[in-house]
Design a protein around this ligand. Structure first.
Ligand code: BEZ
Ligand code: FE
Length: 291
């Protein structure tokens, strides 16, 4: 095209692509460019504004390394990660939520009833429930992974004072599909805001805080893997989660209790919970792989 204009440039992009481009690649890229062009036209984007956008992305590249990926964080805090997740997981099972950057492979396996709190400070939480299929049948041998922050709002990988895999475990459900562990009540924490994403928060008056949560991955053969989080219903940040991870069915009552007799009798800590302790009952529902 020898005379590209505001009205023809989007079609020119399509025309310049080879006819044998993979159809899905072509579709996604064409839509991306269409929306980018529409964005520039709708906002009447200036050179200065676009230069600012390019600097933002360049800065994100500079701060990204093997330990920290600012582009993933940009995707998280703009809601794109959660949107992609929700598009791919419309079904009757437990809602999925963001994985986040603090999952570690290889956490030690605890038996059902095992204790993850050990000598961590904070209130004891008993988390228990059943992994089920969408008909309500318990799933035996499902593998659960749990990871969370300590009371100071830090994951072990962010905090030199915590041992490796502190507050991380895996657990296999018993014949009744049940899992149970004692742990510590997690705390709210801020996503990293010392880079370009922090500038985005400050420019928009948003909070970098996430509501306190327990991260879970639940897997069983023949079922879709579930990556999710469980939130406390009294958390002040439920309505402003920096990464848009909160879903109604993932908000739980952390029931405060003093009743040691209400503890199940298969807990590693026996009846030695510090009082008051909290109880979270949460069943996971997995959907079959082909749904
Ligand atoms: C997290 O929950 O650990 C997390 C999720 C997204 C971005 C940063 C942290
Ligand atoms: Fe987290």
């Amino acid at each position: 095209m020898k005379n590209v204009s505001i009205d023809t440039i989007t079609q020119a992009f399509v025309d310049y692509c080879a006819d044998d481009t993979d159809p899905r690649t072509m579709f996604v890229l064409t839509k991306l460019v269409e929306h980018l062009h529409a964005f520039a036209k709708e906002t009447q984007l200036t050179h200065a504004e676009w230069a600012r956008g390019l600097k933002f992305m360049t800065d994100a590249g500079k701060i990204t390394d093997d330990e920290r990926n600012e582009f993933v964080l940009i995707s998280d805090v703009t809601g794109l990660s959660s949107l992609v997740d929700m598009i791919g997981s419309q079904h009757d099972g437990t809602s999925s939520s963001v994985l986040g950057p603090f999952h570690s492979v290889g956490a030690p396996e605890l038996p059902v009833g095992g204790d993850l709190k050990k000598d961590n400070d904070g209130a004891t939480v008993l988390v228990e429930g059943v992994v089920r299929d969408t008909y309500g049948n318990p799933i035996e041998g499902a593998m659960i992974e749990l990871w969370q922050t300590a009371e100071n709002g830090l994951y072990y990988s962010q905090d030199g004072n915590q041992g490796d895999f502190n507050l991380c475990c895996s657990m296999k459900t018993g014949a009744d599909g049940r899992y149970a562990m004692t742990t510590v009540k997690p705390a709210p924490y801020k996503v990293p805001d010392d880079g370009p994403v922090g500038e985005l928060f400050r420019a928009t008056g948003r909070t970098p805080w996430r509501p306190s949560h327990l991260h879970f991955i639940v897997q069983s053969e023949g079922y879709r893997s579930l990556v999710t989080e469980v939130f406390a219903n009294d958390d002040p940040y439920l309505d402003s989660d920096a990464v848009f991870g909160v879903r109604e069915d993932l908000i739980m009552d952390y029931v405060e209790t003093h009743d040691l007799d209400a503890l199940p009798n298969d807990l590693e800590i026996g009846c030695n919970a510090t009082l008051p302790y909290f109880k979270v009952d949460f069943d996971f529902v997995l959907v079959t792989e082909n749904t």
